[in-house]
Design a protein around this ligand. Structure first.
Ligand code: NCD
Length: 326
């Protein structure tokens, strides 16, 4: 994939490891510079527009932190009601106008198809910050980066085999759509154990990509067998806001939860425990119980940290500024 001046809308744009290695090599370099407090101001004079039409804290702030730390400035729109869309402006016009204000745009939109329409009209690169139940490609980038680091594998091509158990609302959770499709580039090295309530299984079009890439796919409703022998367990939230009725969402609330006792009984001692966050802490049994907060295998806060450097790398590459990081 040619990154410079491209939109980044779907992980399906990435078809080889080379692109991932490029992003991760730069992310590693930026991580070192961040730790040494020696980050170069390569984005000085550049503006990022965060256009978020759905709730977000980490994705929006992670992009802002990444951009600001490299010397750039950010503009934010977080309320569709505060834009001219409510005056009847088309998404096309909004995109044309917004792209005159910034060098790069991150869009989060509740309607999966709005993204392509917006990107087509934009004069600057657009990054998908989550499009409804579609995809969340930058989360997948940071998740794979985290998996490699947690498993102490320095290059994705050196990963011998991986069993990942994905749990929760696999139908409506966009993070698992992007993560599974991108991981399936590893072909038959990867086994997906997909644990979801029968009504919330992974969509057929995503499964088709995994199978086309020759990965092994096992679907089940049983968490105990799902987590057995998994190198990574990736928990997700039931997407309450996406059900047509609150009652239907409530029916699935707390479907799957892992606490310390469960982890110790059913998971391998080296299993990496991940979650894109937020955890739904309103539940008596959140997806990952707080009694695991200090557990060394819990990678959720390291995912957040990795998100900043991976996004820094992606932003530099899309803007063609990577040569300036040395
Ligand atoms: C996720 C999202 O928005 O899709 N959050 C995130 O960006 N890390 C996950 C979720 O909301 O469940």
């Amino acid at each position: 994939m040619q990154l410079k001046n491209s939109h980044f809308l779907s992980v399906e744009q990435i078809t080889t490891f080379d692109t991932l290695e490029l992003i991760y090599t730069l992310a590693k370099r930026l991580e070192t510079l961040l730790t040494q407090k020696k980050l170069p101001a390569v984005l000085s004079g550049f503006i990022l527009l965060n256009l978020f039409f759905e709730p977000s804290t980490r994705t929006r702030l992670s992009f802002a932190a990444a951009f600001n730390r490299l010397g750039g400035s950010t503009l934010d729109v977080t309320e569709p009601a505060s834009t001219s869309l409510v005056k009847g402006e088309s998404l096309y016009d909004t995109s044309r106008v917004m792209s005159a204000y910034a060098d790069i745009i991150v869009l989060r939109h509740p309607q999966a198809l709005a993204l392509a329409e917006f990107a087509e009209a934009s004069q600057v690169p657009v990054i998908n910050g989550g499009n409804g139940i579609g995809e969340h490609p930058t989360q997948a980038l940071l998740d794979i980066y985290t998996i490699l680091k947690e498993l102490a594998v320095d290059k994705i091509s050196r990963l011998k085999a991986l069993t990942i158990c994905m749990v929760g609302d696999l139908k409506q959770g966009r993070t698992v759509h992007s993560l599974s499709k991108l991981l399936s580039l590893l072909g038959n090295k990867v086994t997906f154990k997909l644990v979801a309530p029968a009504a919330l299984q992974m969509p057929a079009d995503v499964i088709a990509v995994l199978q086309k890439n020759l990965s092994t796919v096992i679907e089940t409703t049983d968490l105990c067998s799902g987590v057995a022998n998994a190198d990574v367990v990736y928990m997700t939230r039931i997407q309450q806001e996406r059900f047509t009725s609150a009652a239907e969402g409530a029916r699935h609330a707390g479907s799957y939860a892992i606490d310390k006792a469960f982890f110790e009984q059913y998971c391998h001692k080296n299993t990496v425990l991940m979650h894109p966050l937020p955890r739904d802490s309103r539940l008596a049994t959140p997806e990952i119980n707080a009694d695991l907060n200090q557990h060394p295998n819990l990678a959720i806060f390291r995912q957040v940290q990795n998100g900043i450097t991976v996004r820094m790398a992606l932003l530099c590459l899309l803007l063609g500024l990577e040569q300036k990081v040395n």
